[in-house]
Design a protein. Structure first.
Length: 124
């Protein structure tokens, strides 16, 4: 997307992605998602996503420790679950718990338990 787009992020030190800006598409993004910095996208397309899509039964891909990013985006029929870093000095940082349902593999629940919520509950 063009520079200056509200909510867009970039990464000036990523040689491959210099000058590129990214933002979450609200139509494909689960509410409560956030992108605080450039996601760590690969420098080349290895075909991995296409292979997973080609399987026909991949519902979601979960990745973690992406510092300031915590989002779930539906892309080409697959949910991309991105989890922030599990560090107390990262806003939104914490742990994501994904609950899978053996009886219905087409659904799952996902919750991020943040350090802020943990401290607010007086557990620190």
């Amino acid at each position: 997307m063009p520079p200056g787009t509200p909510g867009a992020v970039t990464k000036d030190d990523a040689v491959v992605h210099i000058g590129k800006y990214f933002a979450l598409d609200p139509e494909n993004t689960v509410p409560g998602s956030f992108m605080g910095e450039f996601p760590c996208a690969p420098s080349r397309n290895t075909g991995e996503f296409a292979a997973m899509r080609g399987q026909g039964n991949v519902r979601a891909i979960a990745v973690g420790h992406d510092h300031l990013n915590g989002f779930i985006v539906r892309h080409q029929g697959i949910n991309i679950i991105n989890t922030p870093g599990c560090m107390p000095d990262v806003e939104g940082g914490g742990a994501r718990v994904i609950t899978l349902h053996e009886s219905d593999t087409s659904r799952y629940e996902s919750d991020v338990y943040t350090f802020e919520a943990f401290w607010a509950a007086g557990r620190a």
